[in-house]
Design a protein around this ligand. Structure first.
Ligand SMILES: [Fe+2]
Length: 160
């Protein structure tokens, strides 16, 4: 059964909720590729998941800095996943003609568990601080107007 984002998984910010929804969709795609034994789709899906997770982690650091939150434990957990994904993407890129049994056996449950734990255990710690700001708050960079629009765009996606 597909993993579904529900309201209780909201961490109180449009951009972070949007990214979590997106990561959940990608975990479902990886699982589908494994279930249908589609090797090329699996490679693309895991690589995309890795890239989006990297971006998401970088964004979370920005939020933590803007809200003055300690983020050391989060970063350790992020680095662990990034190493694992980098290794797997490397293996899939090199061994193009073999089906990676360990990915098939391990990844669907591993990614589901990781993502739910990431949202409910790690990111929920930021929720009280995030809720002191507007739901579309986005601390992303130099251009405040662009950042505000990014937050609203995420909000629109969430309403779809
Ligand atoms: Fe997150």
């Amino acid at each position: 059964m597909a993993l579904i984002w529900r309201k209780h998984l909201s961490v109180g910010n449009a951009m972070l909720d949007f990214e979590h929804k997106s990561l959940i969709g990608m975990v479902n795609s990886i699982e589908y590729a494994i279930n249908t034994k589609n090797r090329s789709t699996l490679f693309v899906a895991i690589k995309l998941f890795k890239d989006r997770a990297d971006t998401h982690f970088a964004n979370e650091v920005r939020f933590a800095q803007a809200l003055n939150l300690s983020f050391t434990q989060h970063e350790l957990a992020h680095q662990h996943l990034q190493k694992e994904l980098l290794h797997t993407v490397g293996q899939l890129a090199v061994k193009v003609n073999t089906w990676p049994e360990y990915v098939m056996d391990y990844y669907p449950q591993f990614l589901r568990d990781w993502l739910i734990e990431h949202i409910t255990d790690e990111d929920m710690l930021m929720k009280p601080a995030l809720q002191t700001r507007d739901y579309t708050f986005w601390p992303g960079g130099k251009d405040d107007e662009t950042n505000h629009i990014a937050g609203h765009t995420a909000n629109l996606y969430l309403q779809l």
